[in-house]
Ligand binder design. Structure first.
Ligand SMILES: *[C@@H]1O[C@H](CO)[C@@H](O)[C@H](O)[C@H]1NC(C)=O
Ligand SMILES: *[C@@H]1O[C@H](CO)[C@@H](O)[C@H](O)[C@H]1NC(C)=O
Ligand SMILES: *[C@@H]1O[C@H](CO)[C@@H](O)[C@H](O)[C@H]1NC(C)=O
Ligand SMILES: *[C@@H]1O[C@H](CO)[C@@H](O)[C@H](O)[C@H]1NC(C)=O
Ligand SMILES: *[C@@H]1O[C@H](CO)[C@@H](O)[C@H](O)[C@H]1NC(C)=O
Ligand SMILES: *[C@@H]1O[C@H](CO)[C@@H](O)[C@H](O)[C@H]1NC(C)=O
Ligand SMILES: *[C@@H]1O[C@H](CO)[C@@H](O)[C@H](O)[C@H]1NC(C)=O
Length: 555
């Protein structure tokens, strides 16, 4: 009952050294892909203390665990021993990748990669030799790199190398397979949960056995919200209208989205497997934890600390479906936090969004591992893959794997010593009037202000351009008018002189802004080029500040 596929079988499958032999057959068979021909198998996902999820890749013959990150699109690796010379080619191009918690820099290299049953030659990746900004020793933390599972257009390696040589691993897998269904799906397991029914696994263009009916779940189109920057695309979905999140009191948490184009009453949520803790607007984090008896806010770590026995019932709603969050995920005990008296306390794993705050106003929240353990997640790349893929928009499908009643029982077993004391007075939520609010830092206020401006900069820029054009138009018009005056044509003159009365010369030129003379207003089409250029510029400055992954540094 613990797993759908015995772990031993998965490991055995994974270690079968058959790739090279069967691969040529694989290509030929693949011309007519049939769903009944199950040629591949899910790749196991290792769970490092409910904080990181890794899968093995084999790069240049070396098997390495890499973090799985749906929030970025590049592959980087730091070999624990010296990299196997001879099987790696240096492109000579250097690059730095920035994440929410650290930087990875080095030279872009190419080598053969194996992921599950797949093999790709000359896969581009960043060979990193200094990972100190992540944590002192990533290898001892259980990983040697990161595999970005985002859209190929987000790949910075791809931007450095010309043509298809810099394509991301997934992009090349999809293209090699020439499948029309270009998707990945994954299940993240939960450590120290007696009721956990499956093991973590990831698939490429196939479904995890037993979870096939995820395909009948609502399709969450990632393109519904326009972005200012085309390149800054994420796996994102809109929550349900006026009921995006059901709070612990059973009522929807109401808040206005920071995303200018978001439909009213809906939030933009990014699905990012790279974040240990979900990043939500401060008001939402407060609504979840601020009414817990004995909860207090840790301003240094920017998270709520909550008594570990606190049962909370919260769900996120997408496509009319409720996705409950396991109480063990809402109140997290994986990081040995203690209070000033030495007593164990738990972390509110839906943390106020601070460093990952979208200054361009592209999203409200990032749903990381603390949410994704509760869903079987399918990410369909649609037209992100290119001409051979589906022309449909990329989309997300989520199937809930958390049963509220069973989760409640697990919580009683694990946190309350088997005694159902959930309805005891000491666990009751404080009245809404006594809700605690976490403090907003000065930096956060500044960011919120900047977001208001930056997320609307095309409109502001457009407004400024209009103003300039109108002024230029006016100058021309005025010159003509002057000439007209000299030449004695009186129609416009009368109007002009009338407005002029009592107002100084300079001011008078602004007056016709509200007149019907719109000759200067049409937006010149050639401005589109300049517009795109400044977008690119902004992207380089701000684009990387978005979702990355939140590693052990947070703990
Ligand atoms: C994939 O793995 C399965 C399970 O071991 C194996 O039967 C199959 O032949 C492999 N296919 C390829 C193309 O490597
Ligand atoms: C990765 O491979 C190592 C051995 O090479 C194995 O011990 C480990 O369990 C594998 N991890 C996963 C997540 O499959
Ligand atoms: C990383 O590699 C560069 C050259 O590729 C080298 O100059 C540098 O010393 C290396 N850094 C470390 C920490 O090994
Ligand atoms: C599309 O498929 C054809 C062969 O069927 C291949 O030659 C071409 O490179 C593919 N193009 C892309 C963009 O994947
Ligand atoms: C998925 O399958 C289960 C059992 O196999 C069934 O109970 C459930 O209704 C199905 N869900 C959907 C959305 O089809
Ligand atoms: C959890 O919340 C939902 C929605 O508010 C409610 O329907 C359900 O009864 C609650 N379950 C438990 C076990 O508290
Ligand atoms: C559970 O309840 C029993 C009897 O009510 C009590 O003896 C025991 O101490 C309780 N255990 C915990 C962990 O509270």
């Amino acid at each position: 009952m613990r797993s759908l596929i015995p772990l031993t079988l998965l490991i055995a499958v994974f270690h079968t050294p058959v790739h090279a032999v069967t691969f040529p057959v694989h290509i030929q068979v693949n011309r007519n892909p049939s769903p009944s021909l199950s040629r591949r198998t899910p790749v196991p996902i290792g769970n490092i203390g409910n904080a990181q999820y890794v899968s093995n890749i084999t790069l240049a013959g070396v098997t390495l665990p890499v973090l799985l990150d749906t929030g970025s699109s590049d592959l980087w690796v730091a070999f624990p021993q010296s990299p196997p010379a001879g099987s790696i080619k240096d492109t000579g191009k250097s690059l730095t990748l920035s994440y929410a918690v650290g930087k990875a820099s080095g030279n872009i290299q190419t080598a053969q990669i194996q992921f599950g049953n797949y093999t790709l030659n000359d896969q581009a990746f960043l060979l990193v030799n200094d990972t100190s900004t992540f944590t002192s020793d990533i290898h001892s933390q259980g990983y040697d790199g990161l595999l970005g599972l985002g859209p190929n257009t987000g790949s910075l390696i791809g931007k450095k190398l010309s043509g298809s040589t810099g394509y991301s691993t997934l992009q090349r897998l999809f293209q090699q397979d020439k499948m029309t269904a270009n998707y990945i799906s994954f299940l993240l397991d939960r450590k120290s949960d007696p009721g956990e029914p499956f093991t973590g696994q990831i698939t490429v263009s196939e479904l995890v056995p037993g979870f096939e009916n995820i395909t009948s779940m609502p399709i969450l189109d990632v393109e519904t919200v326009n972005r200012i920057l085309k390149g800054d695309q994420h796996w994102q979905a809109l929550t349900d209208k006026n009921n995006g999140i059901t709070g612990p009191d059973g009522l929807p948490i109401q808040l206005k989205s920071i995303v200018p184009n978001a439909p009213s009453g809906q939030f933009v949520a990014v699905i990012d497997s790279g974040f240990t803790f979900s990043q939500v607007p401060r008001a939402i984090s407060d609504a979840i934890y601020g009414r817990v008896n004995g909860a207090y806010y840790d301003t240094q770590n920017e998270w709520w600390l909550v008594p570990c026995g606190q049962y909370l019932n919260v769900s996120f709603n997408f496509g009319g479906i409720s996705y409950p969050v396991h109480p063990l995920d809402l109140v997290d005990n994986n990081f040995n936090q203690i209070d000033s008296t030495g007593k164990q306390v738990c972390i509110g794993a839906f943390q106020p969004i601070t460093s990952a705050f979208s200054i361009l106003g592209h999203y409200d929240m990032i749903l990381g591992m603390s949410f994704l353990r509760n869903t079987y997640t399918l990410l369909n790349f649609g037209n992100w893959v290119g001409t051979n893929g589906s022309q449909a928009h990329p989309y997300i499908q989520l199937a809930s794997v958390t049963n509220v009643a069973a989760a409640r029982n697990d919580f009683i077993k694990v946190r309350l010593g088997g005694n159902d004391t959930i309805s005891d007075a000491k666990w009751a939520l404080l009245p809404a009037s006594q809700m605690q609010h976490s403090p907003i830092s000065a930096e956060e206020k500044k960011k919120a202000y900047e977001e208001k401006i930056l997320s609307r900069w095309p409109y502001i820029l457009f407004g400024c351009l209009m103003l300039v054009l109108i002024l230029v138009g006016l100058c021309i018009w005025r010159c003509c008018c002057r000439r007209g005056q000299k030449e004695g044509t009186g129609g416009k003159r009368g109007f002009f002189s009338r407005k002029r009365g009592g107002v100084n010369q300079k001011r008078s030129s602004y007056v016709p802004l509200s007149t019907p003379d719109r000759s200067a207003s049409p937006y010149p089409p050639q401005n589109a080029g300049a517009f795109a250029m400044s977008q690119q510029h902004l992207h380089e400055d701000y684009g990387r500040g978005g979702p990355g992954f939140s590693g052990h540094r947070q703990v």
